[in-house]
Design a binder for this molecule. Structure first.
Ligand code: IPM
Ligand code: MG
Length: 347
């Protein structure tokens, strides 16, 4: 059980530290933690956001616990050297193609949402986002047109095998939940989406127990704020999933509570909070570590099959919240370590 711990930038190290304390407290036999540098922190120390040494650690590990990357002061660098490339590089290099982003409202926290509590209180959905393809990883560039205008361009594409494997991930996730899968695309405009939809329908034949529906992404954005409780599992491409998952997290209203998993074929996965590096509060011991602690729970469940330990962590977080111990993101005043201590005590 070798777990790579990549804390990264901003609040990444602070929140990861608390999640590591929680993992260690479980005293799981054979668990070994190995740290590595990613993001802006790695760039400053090694001249690259995803150094070869970090990739080696990742490849030798069974799972990765990830903090956050992002550092505005490095935004002037060429794209390949920016902190974000660490997470994009890990996704690509390790074949992390299935991104699971659950968004659920915790009981008693319905008011955090900007939606009415009777609407937000029903949110319990899972976004399955494709993570290895789409316009993210297509060819891109800037060029000068004949008339002298500059043009930026990015190639959007999906090959059928790429769609098929995320389709299977989506259908399997739906089987484990309510048996409903909503595929989100823009097939009324994009060829990429038409193929996506065709393949979704093909794969659905193998899952007669799952009800497949389709929705255009613009409508999905509306429905997410109108009636988010109607969604269960959403499967979508990389770009739409990026946007909708942020939207879903804001519907919940507590970005500091949402965990995510990025899975490869098999058991390997990278687990990270969905909030970013939050430079505005970095180093102030204010960040809420719960999303990272919950990511550690996802790690134990998906990569190691340790359901019981995962559930213990989740119960400890829920109990901490129920006792009113909340970070600033939730309208409370508890600091990073205080929340970590509270979760540990309840564990
Ligand atoms: C996310 C982030 C990343 C993405 C960035 C940091 C490259 O927004 O994980 O959603 O766009 O995928
Ligand atoms: Mg995003």
């Amino acid at each position: 059980m070798r777990i790579a711990v990549f804390a990264g930038d901003g609040i990444g190290p602070e929140v990861t530290e608390q999640a590591v304390r929680v993992l260690q407290a479980l005293e799981i036999e054979g668990m070994e933690l190995v740290e590595g540098d990613v993001g802006g922190a790695a760039y400053r120390r090694h001249g690259h956001p995803l150094p070869e040494a970090t990739l080696d650690i990742a490849r030798s590990a069974d799972a990765i616990l990830f903090g956050a990357v992002g550092d505005f002061s490095l935004d002037h660098l060429e794209r390949a050297l920016r902190p974000e490339q660490a997470v994009l590089g890990l996704r690509k290099e390790l074949g992390l193609f299935a991104n699971l982003r659950p968004a659920t409202v915790f009981k008693g926290l319905e008011d955090l949402s900007t939606l009415r509590p009777e609407v937000s209180g029903k949110i319990d959905l899972l976004i399955v986002r494709e993570l290895n393809g789409d316009v993210y990883f297509g060819e891109k560039g800037t060029r000068t047109l004949e008339d002298g205008r500059r043009q930026g361009w990015d190639m959007m594409s999906y090959a059928e095998d790429e769609v098929r494997r995320i389709a299977h991930a989506g259908f399997k996730a739906a089987q484990g939940r309510s048996g409903r899968l909503c595929s989100v695309d823009k097939a009324n405009v994009l060829e990429t989406s038409q193929l996506w939809r065709d393949v979704m329908i093909e794969v659905s034949k193998e899952y007669p127990d799952v009800e497949l529906t389709h929705m255009y992404v613009d409508n999905a954005a509306m429905q997410l704020v109108k009636n988010p409780g109607a969604f269960d599992v959403i499967v979508t491409g990389n770009l739409f999933g990026d946007i909708l998952s942020d939207q879903a997290s804001m519907c919940v209203g507590s970005i500091g509570l949402l965990a995510s998993a990025s899975l490869a074929e098999g058991k390997f996965g990278l687990y990270e909070p969905i909030h970013g590096s939050a430079p505005d509060i970095a180093g102030k011991a204010l960040a809420n570590p719960m999303a990272t602690i919950l990511s550690a729970a996802m790690l134990l469940r998906h990569s190691f099959g340790l359901e019981e330990q995962a559930a213990r962590i989740e119960a400890a977080v829920a109990a901490t919240l129920a006792d009113g111990i909340k970070g600033g993101d939730l309208g409370g005043s508890a600091g990073t370590k205080e929340i970590g201590d509270a979760v540990l005590a309840r564990l």
